[in-house]
Design a protein around this ligand. Sequence first.
Ligand code: NAP
Length: 321
Amino acid sequence: MGSIKTVAVLGGSGHLGPTIVHELVAAGFIVTGIMRDTYPSRISFWPDRVTIKKVHYNLLHELEAAFQGQDAVVSVLARTAYDEQINAINAAVAAGVKRFIPSEYSVINLHKPPSGPGPALSAWKIHEMLDGKIKTIEHLEHTVQAAKDFTWTALSTGLIFDRVGGLSSAGDSGLGFISLRTKQAFVIDSGNEKFHVSTLAQVGRAVVGVLNHPERTANKYLSTASFNVSRIELIALVEEVTRTKIAIRRISWWEMEAAGFVQASTVSHMSAFGIFLSVYTSQDGVGNALSEEESANSLLGLPYEDLRSSVVSWLRREGAL
Ligand SMILES: NC(=O)c1ccc[n+]([C@@H]2O[C@H](COP(=O)([O-])OP(=O)(O)OC[C@H]3O[C@@H](n4cnc5c(N)ncnc54)[C@H](OP(=O)(O)O)[C@@H]3O)[C@@H](O)[C@H]2O)c1
């Protein structure tokens, strides 16, 4: 497989997309941003060098035309648009694209069946809610059997660290358990369970790492991280750096899971996503830290990041320092 130079990014205007686009451009790739034509897209903060193309995702020929000359397609599409990726994969094959990276960036490795202590119901709920991601990987696995030269790579990058909670909206962050404003935090069980986490920039660098190493990353589901951390560790670090006491509220995994089911039945299924996710990542013994054997960081040439520096940067951004 030759080297990858041109990259089309789908949905690069959202929460994760702009950083991925910036990292791709910084790494020297020629980037085209693909946006919906039917919807007034949010203003994106992309470098001027990025070419913009508008498409209707349901029109295969438009996607195929947009993908002509692209070596890779990187999808950062929203949850509501996972199904659009099936058309995008088919169009990418027709246009001669060599690598497809689906909109995964998952907290857990969705390629493995859920495991863990207890009934692990939260794990199954997460898998059910992210069904569109799982179907996309299945479609990629099926497609590569017949499509010569077409390959894929998916990335589980853990929780996104940057908008770790506090003053900012936790809506696009998995780590919304510390409030810098109220100086409160909540932990599940002991709070000592470690889980893997990536900064937004690290997610972008992981994508770059895949595209810089097309052979060794072909047709693989990979997990990467900035670091592993527990809730208690993060709270202690915030206390130390800000010299502030954080009040800790504890909840057991089963109380949290029960709250998730109440939320799912009284509000909406998807509104309980964050609750089930927090059980799945933080329940004692669940084992979602990224081990050295499972980590693709060295495969991608991706150094781990320093936890303390990342916390300090986050606190500065939030105005807490
Ligand atoms: N690990 C974590 O903690 C974490 C956290 C957040 C997100 N993620 C993952 O990262 C990926 C991207 O999430 P995000 O929060 O960045 O997404 P997002 O901001 O909600 O949406 C990304 C882009 O998708 C496009 N889009 C939205 N609805 C669409 C539709 N119905 N049809 C076609 N395109 C549509 C839009 O681009 P245009 O308007 O430009 O077309 C939008 O800017 C997802 O796979 C998500 O699960 C992971």
